[in-house]
Design a protein around this ligand. Structure first.
Ligand code: NAD
Length: 480
């Protein structure tokens, strides 16, 4: 659209603000005209978002590939298409049920026989969506499922680091939505910070914890409620004596997908010390089998952002300097690691706990492998860091699973696999502590983006009157 400010540095702060205010005012006016969109309207909007995604599959693949350098088509389908498509389909199938007022027991303090109580789910109004670069289409369009099902309008701010995908999202959206239904605003930090300071009725931010602090502060000025979808150091814990071949296959697949640039991705592995060497050996042989000719292998995704490569190379260097054993799998020149787009998988074996690689979310193909003695020490270690978005436990028994469920904190858990809990549409998705707040996905998303209005009706015939003069009979009724 002509209003898009591509080169944000060329636009003055006032121009940016005016453009944002106008877009929001347009949506607000539409909310006032249609405060409670009928089911058919909501389904139609969901369907348009779904059709636009499916119809434009090829363009989405090409755009994210233009942004990412080499990104395998399957990765695009899994990361950027599958999530919004599944979420939108699920919403279309279930929105009839979700919008129904939810009857509650009329459990009033006094005996109000025949009284009625229910929750009426009302749209909030306009929801802002801020999306990151790593799943640039999926995380912009995915939240639309809950937002539109709940009857809201949406403004999406995709990442400036994936300009081709962000432009495509803007084009596709303008093709299928009126700007007062769903609109896309592009721009860098100057636009993003003003965007998150708009008086939205709700703001969902997917990104990093440091930026989330700015977003939450900006939203606080408007008392705009936020859902923060962040990341963290998701551990994979391998039970003592687990089938290592099975564990390794899953780990390799998920660590290498999108070059490890996934919020739910595997940050590090914790393996029993008696299994560690065997695990490393199997991991190396599986990597060689799955990714021969690494530097030219079409299934290896590029690490396209220079900052990412610098950071990852720094993590490897720091761990090496601190005495951790490093095994690099792939093709590389140590001196040129930060320039290597096909970043090797770097195994960092038993790094000291103060190594940089054990501090922040890794978000790339660097994999610390930490040996442990007992599950108790695993729990201690997990709980000593910030709460992760996900925790994975492979090959354990029921008792051990229950033990981890009760004694560790994470947004979600998958046993004997990776990421499965996030694929299931009817589970609430989100983090805890530094991995985020609030939930969306399926019914949870519908509720997050609704005002759960409490409604009560007295009994048709209400014999209880509380008019003065007050007497003991009334008091006794309350004390009952
Ligand atoms: P980021 O926080 O750098 O940026 C995310 C978005 O915030 C971008 O659109 C950016 O323009 C915007 N932004 C930048 N500065 C801002 C400011 N001052 N105020 C408001 N908005 C601002 O994150 P990223 O690097 O794009 O994405 C990677 C991070 O996202 C990782 O930490 C990852 O774990 C997390 N993530 C979480 C999920 C999830 O669902 N929980 C999914 C994917 C990624």
């Amino acid at each position: 659209s002509t209003e898009t400010i591509q080169n944000t540095s060329a636009a003055s702060a006032d121009e940016i603000q005016r453009m944002l205010d106008e877009k929001l005012a347009l949506q607000r006016a539409a909310v006032e005209k249609e405060p409670y969109p009928e089911l058919a309207v909501r389904k139609d909007r969901l369907q348009r978002a779904l059709d636009a995604t499916l119809k434009n599959e090829k363009r989405i693949v090409e755009a994210t590939q233009a942004d990412f350098g080499h990104r395998p088509e399957l990765t695009v389908l899994l990361a950027d298409l599958m999530f919004p498509v599944a979420a939108l389909k699920h919403a279309i199938k279930n929105v009839d049920r979700w919008v129904r007022p939810e009857k509650r027991r009329a459990d009033f303090p006094m005996n109000l026989l025949g009284a009625k109580a229910y929750v009426f789910y009302q749209p909030l109004g306009v929801v802002g969506i801020v999306a990151p670069w790593n799943l640039p289409f999926g995380l912009g369009y995915g939240p639309l499922a809950g937002v539109l099902a709940a009857g809201n309008r949406a403004m999406i701010k995709p990442s400036e680091l994936t300009p081709a995908t962000s432009q495509l999202m803007e084009d596709i959206t303008a093709e299928v939505f009126d700007p007062d239904e769903v609109t896309v605003v592009q721009g860098g930090v100057d636009v993003a910070s003003r965007f998150s300071a708009l008086p939205f009725d709700h703001l969902i931010f997917t990104g990093s914890a440091p930026v989330a602090r700015h977003v939450m502060r900006a939203a606080a000025d408007n008392l705009t409620p936020v859902t923060l979808e962040l990341g963290g150091k998701a551990p994979v814990i391998i039970a003592e004596g687990a089938d290592l071949d099975v564990a390794v296959e899953k780990i390799v697949n998920y660590k290498m997908g999108n070059a490890g640039q996934a919020c739910m991705g595997i940050d590090h592995v914790m393996v029993h010390h008696s299994d560690r060497d065997k695990f490393v050996e199997i991991l190396k042989s599986k990597m060689a089998e799955f990714f021969p000719d690494y530097a030219h292998n079409p299934d290896v995704c590029d690490v396209f952002l220079p900052n990412q490569r610098n950071r990852l190379a720094g993590l490897v260097k720091d761990a090496a300097e601190r005495g951790a054993k490093i095994d690099l799998i792939g093709e590389y020149d140590l001196e040129k690691l930060a320039e290597t787009w096909k970043f090797p998988l770097a195994l960092v074996i038993d790094p000291p706990q103060d190594a940089e690689v054990m501090k922040d979310e890794i978000f790339g193909p660097v994999l610390p492998i930490i040996s442990y003695d007992t599950l108790e020490t695993v729990v201690e270690r997990v709980n000593s860091g910030e709460r992760p978005l996900a925790l994975y436990f492979l090959g354990g028994n029921k008792e051990q699973q229950e033990y981890l469920l009760r004694n560790t904190w994470s947004g979600g858990v998958t046993f004997d696999d990776i990421m499965l809990h996030a694929l299931t549409q009817d589970l609430p998705f989100g983090g805890v502590g530094h991995s985020g707040m609030g939930r969306y996905g399926g019914h949870a998303g519908f509720k997050t983006f609704s005002n759960p209005k409490a409604v009560a009706h007295p009994p048709k015939v209400n014999l209880i009157k509380m008019n003065p003069p007050y007497n003991d009979k009334m008091s006794a009724m309350i004390r009952k």
